[in-house]
Design a binder for this molecule. Structure first.
Ligand SMILES: NC(=O)c1ccc[n+]([C@@H]2O[C@H](COP(=O)([O-])OP(=O)(O)OC[C@H]3O[C@@H](n4cnc5c(N)ncnc54)[C@H](OP(=O)(O)O)[C@@H]3O)[C@@H](O)[C@H]2O)c1
Length: 270
């Protein structure tokens, strides 16, 4: 799919590095077809030494040599990046933006007419190649370009296409979701400690419980409740624990958390 294509990253921070690592380790692009531009020369040198990627000291040079460009800078830097980029896109590359909260309409308005633009909302586990990303296509994106965009983000986890109107909900669910899960993990560890387990033992058992349970669900098919019923024997320990979680309305709290984060994302985007 990417034979003879170059991919370029503008911004080689946390997310840019995760994508570089994912693309190279998945053999989607050889290192000599991956390029990075970053304002920090130290960052560029590090990425070159660590991954063998090509470097550009000027953003425009990268833009003119790559068929796919990923904008991986902070949202507040985007206006300046778009202004500099717009005059250097004569080769009509596919442009992908991971900046939170910047809509396709802004990207399309600031780039030359007809530029193929994809907006992406990744999440933090992409840093360990286990991310969940949602992608929305702009007006000029072909099916082939969309498939290419999805393949790039599948190198750091899973990726789905959604209409842009769902980006706030994606932000409230998978964008903020790692924080909800971390809070649950922390609470479970504390529960183990409360019952006298050493903290390191409680941590190891809790983390593996989350990894193992999610891995069971990663195979499509069973509803979560089917697995839950398998563990919950009549009159047993699990149903005693679940009764407390229901009494404390954990399900409702989680739904309201997703709702509140979605509303906040809508509000910030106005
Ligand atoms: N990290 C996440 O989990 C996550 C999740 C979802 C979305 N995102 C989005 O991903 C984007 C990148 O996030 P990040 O965590 O990777 O940020 P980051 O670590 O700060 O990386 C951004 C990099 O871009 C550099 N930079 C700043 N201005 C630049 C410019 N004009 N041209 C080129 N490079 C420039 C920064 O250098 P300096 O540090 O020297 O300024 C830094 O190395 C953000 O828009 C964020 O909304 C991140």
């Amino acid at each position: 799919m990417f034979k003879d294509l170059n991919i370029g990253f503008i911004g080689g921070g946390n997310m840019g590095e995760a994508l570089v690592r994912g693309l190279i380790s998945a053999s989607l692009f050889p290192a000599d077809r991956v390029f990075v531009f970053d304002v920090s020369p130290a960052r560029l040198d590090y990425l070159h030494t660590e991954y063998g990627v090509g470097l550009h000291r000027k953003m425009g040079d990268l833009a003119e040599s790559c068929q796919v460009i990923v904008l991986a800078v902070k949202p507040q830097v985007m206006p300046a990046v778009l202004a500099e980029l717009r005059t250097r896109l004569s080769n009509r590359p596919l442009v992908m933006s991971i900046a939170a909260g910047i809509p396709l309409s802004t990207l399309e308005r600031e780039l030359p007419q007809g530029t193929a633009v994809i907006r992406v909302m990744p999440n933090t586990p992409a840093l360990v190649l286990k991310g969940a990303s949602a992608l929305s296509r702009g007006k000029s994106v072909s099916d082939e370009q969309m498939e290419a965009g999805l393949a790039i983000f599948r190198a750091v986890g899973t990726a789905v296409e959604v209409e842009e109107k769902w980006m706030d909900a994606v932000t409230g669910l998978s964008g903020s979701g790692p924080a909800y899960v971390l809070m649950l993990i922390e609470a479970m560890i504390d529960g183990g400690v409360l019952m006298g387990l050493p903290r390191n033992v409680a941590r190891e058992l809790t983390v593996q419980t989350f990894i193992g349970t999610s891995s069971m669900l990663a195979r499509p098919g069973k509803h979560p409740a089917e697995y839950k019923d398998m563990i919950t024997s009549p009159g047993g320990t699990t149903i005693a624990g679940l009764k407390i979680l229901e009494a404390k309305a954990v399900r409702g709290a989680m739904m309201e958390a997703v709702e509140a984060a979605t509303r906040k994302s809508e509000e910030l985007g106005k």
